[in-house]
Design a protein around this ligand. Structure first.
Ligand code: TRP
Length: 367
């Protein structure tokens, strides 16, 4: 895909967990390493995070560093990917302000993701912050400011990309071809779309305490697996036949296991299919499965943890990476804002020929 530009982003409201890893981070690293993209940008959407955390900016401030550390330790390479901070990009604010005029409140009210988030956050009763209500428009500003053609996101973000495409079309129709039409790219398979929490619940979520974080210690990982994973309620004795479908241990193995791990950690089987067959037949205990899973998870987490430790020892460098990424992003987004203002003919101070235009206008009015 020549000439493609990627923008993706996260709200910095917490550390990233294994759900983020299989759902987006791993993919971003693959896209980064594919060499197929002209430009890859990751936006730390701190302004968007404020739309439902206005009372707690400290939480956002703290989690910016957590999220960057998670990126860097999972393999995002600042030489290849621009990491930037939303609030330091004033062009995004200006674009949002112009785009707001192109979207009706009725259209925003229909956005299914915003609708369900309003319910989840209790805004339906307490009152809905305007900033939160309009964040899809600010996200359209993010995407278009970077001229993104490809936006890798979770499925829940599809309505945002749809809304962005509508804004692009409306803008281009009203003011002339200016903005690039983006498309969403979502995870390929079910397990990437939704890694269950360790308790088997639909999704990992901080409030449910069912996450394994990329920065968790081996001890915590072990505790989450051994203490919180229910396997199969019909598999009481080792000899009983078991179910692998709907079994959270096997869901995680589906997501993280590789054939070559068996030789080292569970040499009775050559691959996950053989292991599953034995479990279904009966004779394979949950303890063995969990112990294997812990080893498998550690294969993923160990290198991430080691990288994290290196970066944590040098926060000044992490700061400089953010600063550099943000100044690169400032150039890109300012350039887009310039084009937008020009298309809207509100670029008054870019072009002095308006003086002549105004003089002519006044002369004609007198005739
Ligand atoms: N709304 C996204 C989320 O909650 C974060 C985000 C903000 C984003 N701006 C973006 C994602 C631009 C992709 C592109 O996950």
């Amino acid at each position: 895909m020549a000439n493609d530009i990627i923008l993706t982003g996260d709200r910095p409201t917490g550390r990233l967990h294994l759900g983020h890893y299989v759902g987006s981070l791993k993919r971003r690293v693959e896209l980064q390493e594919s060499g197929e993209y002209d430009q890859i940008n990751i936006l730390i959407a701190d302004d968007q995070a404020l739309t439902d955390n206005a009372d707690n900016p400290g939480k956002i401030r703290d989690n910016i560093i957590n999220v960057v550390l998670d990126y860097l330790s999972a393999g995002i390479d600042p030489e290849k990917t621009t990491i930037c901070v939303q609030s330091a990009l004033p062009a995004l604010h200006a674009l949002t302000f112009y785009y707001l005029n192109l979207v009706t409140t009725a259209r925003l009210s229909r956005n299914p993701t915003v609708k369900s988030e309003i319910q989840m956050r209790g805004f339906a009763n307490e009152g809905l912050p305007t900033g939160f209500f309009t964040y899809p428009v600010s996200q359209a500003a993010d995407i278009t400011a970077f001229n993104a053609t490809v936006v890798p996101v979770g499925e829940d973000q599809l309505p945002m990309i749809e809304q962005t495409r509508e804004i692009v079309e409306k803008f281009n129709k009203t003011y002339g071809e200016t903005l690039v039409l983006p498309k969403a790219v979502i995870p390929e398979n079910e397990i990437q779309r939704r890694l269950p929490g360790v308790d088997g619940k639909a999704k990992m979520s901080k409030s449910l305490g069912n996450c394994i974080y990329l920065s968790d210690t081996p001890k915590t990982v072990k505790k989450q697996v051994n203490g919180k994973m229910f396997t199969d309620s019909t598999h009481l004795r080792i000899e009983d036949p078991g179910h692998t479908e709907g079994n959270v241990v096997f869901a995680y193995l589906d997501a993280f296991c590789r054939d070559d791990y068996f030789a080292e950690y569970l040499p009775d089987y050559a691959n996950l299919e053989e292991m599953k067959e034995h479990y279904r037949r009966g004779g394979l205990g949950d303890g063995t499965c969990k112990k294997f899973l812990i080893n498998v998870l550690e294969e993923t987490l160990r290198p991430i943890r080691a990288e994290r430790a290196k970066w944590e020892a040098d926060i000044a460098s992490v700061y400089d990476i953010l600063l550099e990424g943000t100044s690169k992003a400032k150039e890109i987004t300012n350039e887009t804002l310039g084009r937008v203002r020009k298309a809207m003919r509100i670029d008054y101070f870019e072009d002095r020929s308006i003086i002549g235009e105004w003089e002519k206008l006044l002369k004609e009015a007198k005739q």
